[in-house]
Design a protein. Structure first.
Length: 580
């Protein structure tokens, strides 16, 4: 049997724009298999080792087999386990000073496995005996453990990263009410601020720097962006990217050589969810309704696409594993939401008269009658219908005991908005009759009306592949894909005016107590309906833009034999992208 001893490695990071040396302590480990390939053995130098001695441990997140191998080397204990019993289990990182027994208890917690001490020979890993069918089912569905892998992964990455990183995990059971998009999730991290679209965050700013200076990726591949309204700016709309397509999101605020040169503000990297994050079949469905007490202009303007103010939505995730050794995994997520926003606004100006009913410029005049009257009155109605629809899918392959992981993932999310805004303004002459502090009558000088519509849609799409291969001293990760974003907008606008003759408006209100003047009636409403209207602005705007970015990225690492007590790991990275 081969034995492995603890060694120190120097980690030399070679990137596109420079060389960053980082000291990294790790250990070489070998998983031995018997003649029947039924058991894995991790063995360290056992001389003087004790299961009750404490060791300074640093176990990276990953598969259970790799974690047991690392624990064996760092504690000099022999650990016997079956590859079949651990092939489907992933664990989070672990760091601290503890005994091998304590470390095994933490690693195996919630895994369905247990460790038994073999006197003088180390440990054996076996399946834990179930207390009862009922209790086992409750444990498998415990909401505290379903998404524990993502939380442990986040903690592990923060501890082991050689740069400053903040991470947030997706957890639907501890999800805040408004935390449904990547943007609304990231603002929970320190140093992250949001740029809002209405009541929802759309873009994020890192360390107070413009979103245009962030570099946003999915699994390390650049996301395409057409900017705010197809203008071509670099900011990425994270309002339309739902959190359920990710297991967690990392933010890198420090500038290092392996980052893209445009990451001045920072890097936002979304890590896709994996079917291997869950044990067996996992399904999550959330349906909800959206109601508001204010109806506004919705349904009253005669335009299609503007229903009454009632919305609904759903979000779902389902994943499972299949194959002889559960080496295949598939995960699908979906999102739908429709909601309507209605608003009503009023505006107006004031004018002043003397005791003889003549207009004066300001109320400081000694002849001011002590009352105010409206000089204009305007009202507006606004309705906005928003529909979000999309989903993602990912299929994975992890053949047992090969060191190979491969996956293909695709997503598409579309957001459509239909807006309509009506506005009318009555401009009144500088004469008044029947004036009191709260009412009066004034002649109408002109009426201006405006209608604007805005129908736009934008979609974010991507198709990416990922291959990860580890064998001996070699580590190779190849990622490639294509992301694209589309934007389409149609906006008609019309403005018209009329100058009625002998039309009077009655008004009422109490400005001294905070109540605006409003026009309550007109002397002859038919003059408005039969008036000759003149168009002074008529226009139509069409905007359409698209951007596509193909990206290929390769990361290769190799442990080069060095001196007796250290080795050299050189990591070469190649990064290629093209914007269309």
């Amino acid at each position: 049997m081969r034995r492995n001893s603890l060694k120190r490695y120097w980690f030399c990071h070679t990137a596109l724009r420079g060389l960053v040396p980082v000291l990294l302590c790790t250990a070489a480990s070998v998983c031995m298999s018997g003649a029947t390939h039924a058991a894995g053995v991790s063995s360290g130098t056992a001389e003087g080792a004790s299961s009750q001695s404490q060791y300074s441990l640093q176990i990276p997140a990953g598969s259970m087999a790799k974690a047991l191998n690392a624990l064996s080397v760092q504690t000099h204990q022999t650990i016997l386990f079956s590859p079949q019993s651990t092939s489907h289990i992933n664990v989070g990182g672990m760091k601290g000073r503890m005994t091998p027994t304590e470390a095994l208890q933490r690693l195996l917690s919630g895994s369905g496995l247990k460790a038994e001490i073999v006197p003088g020979a180390g440990f054996t890993i076996k399946k834990a005996s179930a207390i009862g069918k009922k209790s086992a089912e409750i444990k498998a569905n415990d909401v505290e453990t379903i998404f524990s892998f993502a939380h442990r992964k986040v903690k592990s990455e923060k501890r082991t990263s050689n740069v400053i990183v903040d991470s947030i995990a997706y957890d639907p059971f501890e999800n805040l009410g408004g935390n449904s998009s990547i943007a609304s999730s990231l603002i929970l991290l320190p140093g992250v601020a949001a740029i809002y679209n209405g009541d929802e965050p759309r873009y994020v700013s890192l360390r107070g720097i413009s979103p245009d200076l962030n570099h946003t990726t999915v699994d390390g591949l650049t996301m395409a962006s057409i900017g705010e309204t197809g203008s071509g700016t670099r900011r990425v709309n994270l309002q339309d990217t739902p959190v359920e397509m990710t297991s967690h999101t990392n933010i890198y605020k420090s500038f290092t050589a392996e980052q893209s040169g445009d990451a001045i503000g920072g890097v936002i990297d979304m890590i896709p969810m994996s079917a291997f994050d869950h044990k067996g079949l996992y399904a999550y469905l959330d349906g909800y309704g959206i109601a508001s007490l204010y109806g506004g202009a919705a349904g009253q303007n005669g335009l299609s696409g503007y229903p009454k103010h009632m919305g609904a939505g759903e979000k779902a995730v389902i994943s499972g594993r299949f194959g002889k050794n559960k080496e295949f995994g598939i995960i699908i997520s979906s999102r739908y939401q429709n909601r309507v926003t209605n608003q009503t606004g009023t505006s107006g100006g004031l004018q002043y008269f003397d005791t003889a009913g003549k207009s004066i410029s300001e109320p400081s005049s000694a002849k001011w009658n002590g009352m105010v009257a409206p000089s204009s009155y305007g009202s507006s109605e606004y309705a906005n219908s928003v529909t979000t629809l999309g989903g993602s899918g990912k299929i994975e392959w992890r053949p047992v005991n090969t060191g190979l992981t491969a996956s293909i993932m695709g997503w598409t999310y579309r957001r459509q908005e239909h807006q309509v805004g009506d506005w009318d303004a009555y401009n009144l002459k500088n004469s008044v009759t029947n004036q009191t502090p709260t009412s009066g009558t004034e002649q109408v000088n002109s009426i201006y009306v405006r209608r604007i519509q805005n129908t736009y849609s934008r979609s974010s799409n991507g198709l990416i592949g990922h291959v990860d291969w580890t064998r001996g001293k070699h580590d190779l990760v190849v990622r490639g894909g294509y992301t694209w974003e589309d934007y389409d907008n149609y906006q008609p606008l019309e403005r018209m005016r009329t100058y009625p003759s002998s039309l009077y408006a009655n008004y009422a209100g109490d400005p001294k107590n905070g109540e605006m003047f409003r026009i309550t009636s007109l002397s002859d409403p038919s003059q408005v309906q039969n008036a000759k209207w003149s168009a002074y602005q008529m226009q139509q705007q069409w905007r359409k833009s698209t951007e596509g970015i193909p990206t290929v990225r390769a990361d290769y690492g190799y442990n080069v034999e060095g001196s007796k007590n250290r080795q050299l790991m050189c990591v070469a990275r190649d990064f290629w992208l093209l914007a269309i």
